[in-house]
Design a protein around this ligand. Structure first.
Ligand code: 4AD
Ligand code: MG
Length: 462
């Protein structure tokens, strides 16, 4: 089947004027009158094509008009440029092959559905405009990330999914075991994990960072981009149990340079998506979030705010707001606080830095004040925390002491500490929640609508 794809055809249709082309796809609509029928055919490109089927030309005209929305076709016909019509061209069919029929139980019979309904049909929802736009943008954004790092000498590394370490130390891990849950081997009243597959207790990773850091100390600049898992019992629109994280790590790089590189990366990815997905973004701007395009262009041209946690606390305390969670130095900011800062005070992305050490992970660099660490989160309007990162503690004794203070098992991290033993250096890195980025790029407000089969607490489909 030598077909031409609609994404290409929409760019090059003029050179096919009055020529024979073959296209394949699924019917979005089938309309017919006595002697003529119109099939709106879509092959995954955002824009469909209108197929004109004439009774006296197409021998299986009756078979074609019997078809329903969702049926798949191969069409050979002549491309006609139609400058006065809504669509720039159409295809006048010579031959139509019905490839796969579709019965009336197909759920996308009408054009508009609620996102809540579409969430119940994850196997089908990407065949409509909304999820077509979302999943194209997701794909283009992932590519833009690879392009950005590849052009800047970063090495892309695949870090392990199964791990014996809790990178964030927050105890939110999904355990992986082959033990019989009904009759696990016991020793001294506890489950004996020495009998488990790996001879110890292991889990799905919450972040590739600490494994990645070992390779960063070989290449200088690396990034990992893959699935991560968190058994957080947070049933919110921004938390998923399985999500993708993109984590760059850079040697010879301090907190300032880290923020510079985050800002550059985000602007690059947004610009690239705006360039490659103009149709998809125009649609989302019309139907999902009418401030989307303006917001994205503003971000590319604006400078992000850089604010100390301690100053942010002061701003929040002075704010004339009734926050549900009271504000005092030392608290982990809640979404209401983050949103106030980015949406009301600054109206743009804010780097919040130098957090209290007690609310951040063990590997973050301790500041001289003894109270804070060189952590930085990027907060953005509408989402809250998009990126979490820090300068890393490169001083072995300080890192060992912190591991001890937090009652982590030093033996578990011995391999990680090699990076500090052999040629340690000022280094930094961050983790971008990829679904949150896709939400930000699309205006979609629920994480369940940017993953193909979302995994969130309390339920699973497929
Ligand atoms: O801030 P986090 O926990 O940072 C880390 O895991 C570091 N090890 C990253 C690094 O420095 N290499 O997570 C990073 C980002 C968050 O800012 C957020 O965007 C996203 O991951 N994230 C989630 N996204 C969806 N669902 C969840 N449950 C998420 N938890 C974190
Ligand atoms: Mg974080």
């Amino acid at each position: 089947m030598k077909r031409i794809e609609l994404r290409d055809l929409h760019k090059t249709f003029k050179q096919f004027a009055n020529k024979e082309v073959t296209v394949c796809g699924w019917a979005r609509t089938v309309r017919d009158s006595k002697n003529i029928a119109f099939v709106e055919l879509n092959d995954g490109a955002f824009k469909s094509v209108q197929i004109v089927v004439e009774k006296d030309k197409v021998k299986n005209f009756d078979e074609v008009t019997r078809q329903n929305v969702g049926a798949s076709f191969e069409v050979k016909g002549k491309l006609l440029v139609t400058p006065n019509a809504q669509q720039p061209f159409e295809i006048n069919a010579d031959e139509v092959n019905v490839l796969g029929e579709c019965d009336l139980s197909y759920p996308l019979q009408k054009k508009r559905h609620t996102v809540e309904f579409l969430r119940t049909i994850p196997t089908i929802r990407a065949r409509g405009n909304l999820f077509n736009a979302v999943f194209r943008i997701r794909s283009v954004a992932a590519f833009a990330i690879h392009k950005f790092f590849n052009e800047r000498n970063f090495v892309y590394v695949h870090t392990p999914i199964i791990t014996a370490n809790d990178c964030e130390g927050a105890g939110e891990m999904f355990q992986v075991t082959t033990l019989d849950m009904n009759k696990p081997p016991m020793k001294d009243g506890k489950v004996d994990f020495s009998k488990d597959f790996f001879g110890k207790k292991v889990s799905l990773t919450v972040s590739g960072q600490i494994h990645e850091e070992t390779l960063t100390h070989a290449f200088g600049k690396t990034y990992t981009f893959g699935p991560t898992f968190r058994a957080e019992n947070s049933n919110t629109s921004r938390h998923a149990a399985e999500f993708w994280m993109m984590e760059p790590e850079m040697c010879f790089c301090d907190l300032q340079e880290l923020m510079d590189s985050e800002e550059e990366m985000l602007k690059f990815v947004i610009s690239y998506v705006m360039q490659e997905c103009a149709d998809e973004l125009a649609f989302l701007n019309k139907f999902v979030d009418t401030s989307l395009l303006e917001r994205l262009s503003n971000i590319v041209s604006s400078q992000f705010v850089r604010l100390d946690y301690t100053d942010a606390i002061e701003i929040l305390q002075k704010a004339n707001k009734n926050f549900v969670f009271p504000v005092k130095w030392g608290i982990d900011l809640q979404s209401e606080h983050e949103r106030y800062l980015t949406e009301e005070v600054y109206k743009k992305p804010v780097f919040l830095k130098n957090y209290p050490k007690d609310i951040k992970a063990f590997y973050m660099r301790q500041n001289d004040d003894g109270k804070t660490v060189a952590a930085v989160d990027l907060l953005v309007p509408g989402i809250g925390e998009l990126i979490g990162g820090s300068q890393r503690e490169e001083r072995l004794e300080k890192l060992l002491k912190r591991i001890e203070e937090l009652s982590l098992n030093a033996e578990d991290y011995a391999w990680y500490l090699d990076t500090r033993r052999f040629g340690t250096n000022v280094h930094s890195g961050y983790g971008l929640g990829f679904e949150r980025l896709v939400m930000y790029l699309t205006g979609i407000s629920n994480i369940r609508d940017v993953e193909l089969f979302p995994r969130t607490v309390g339920g699973i489909f497929g």
